[in-house]
Write a protein that binds this ligand. Sequence first.
Ligand SMILES: *[C@@H]1O[C@H](CO)[C@@H](O)[C@H](O)[C@H]1NC(C)=O
Ligand SMILES: *[C@@H]1O[C@H](CO)[C@@H](O)[C@H](O)[C@H]1NC(C)=O
Length: 220
Amino acid sequence: MLNNIFVIRFLGFLGLIGISLLFYSILMEVPHSMQEVQLPEAETQVYSVWALPSEEVTGRVKKLMGGLRSEFGGPQFEPHVTVVGAIRLNEVEARDKFQKGCRDVKKYSATVKKVDTGTFFYQCVYLLLDPTTEVVEASARCCSTFGFNSSSPYMPHLSLLYADLTDEEKKKAQEKAYTLDESIGSLSFQITRLALYKTDTEDKSLKSWEKIEEYNLSTN
Ligand SMILES: *[C@@H]1O[C@H](CO)[C@@H](O)[C@H](O)[C@H]1NC(C)=O
Ligand SMILES: *[C@@H]1O[C@H](CO)[C@@H](O)[C@H](O)[C@H]1NC(C)=O
């Protein structure tokens, strides 16, 4: 009988220690989960720097893009000229490099050479731009700030359609572009803004693509 009481007390004692250890371990977890709250800063995403045309040109190009999409499909996106291609960074780094890169770039002009077609989804039908010194340097400066070296030379362009089309369909799309906007092949426009975009190239719906920041370029 006395023995039993001892055993019960002993078990109760063990239970108390167990509960204490449980609370202790929960308390020790707190700093750990606070670290996790800060983790998004270290989380990397794919970013790109885009040159944005004026509102007026954007409107004109969007109309053309819509016309092509209605026949050939593909996702919707903002008219842009990629300045720095997809690069993986955390958001703090991306914003910082974007600001620094933009300071080195002045407003510049771009001229369309022709409507051209490429060989993959993200270079299906586009406006090929004249690779003038201004255009090439804007990209080179930003790429250098981002520590980005492209494996291929910079081919400045403004995409009209992202899609996987056959060569024949691409040819049709190219012709349709000239039908929809007769003088598109000789368009000239000013680049006055750069924008930092989140551009996960794996997401071909482009639903995750979003503008993070915009920068008004200085005149000189
Ligand atoms: C990037 O460019 C630097 C110098 O221009 C070169 O040394 C390096 O090998 C390049 N890296 C890649 C991945 O091409
Ligand atoms: C850029 O300039 C426009 C006016 O031209 C202004 O509305 C906008 O807020 C500016 N953006 C930034 C990021 O300074």
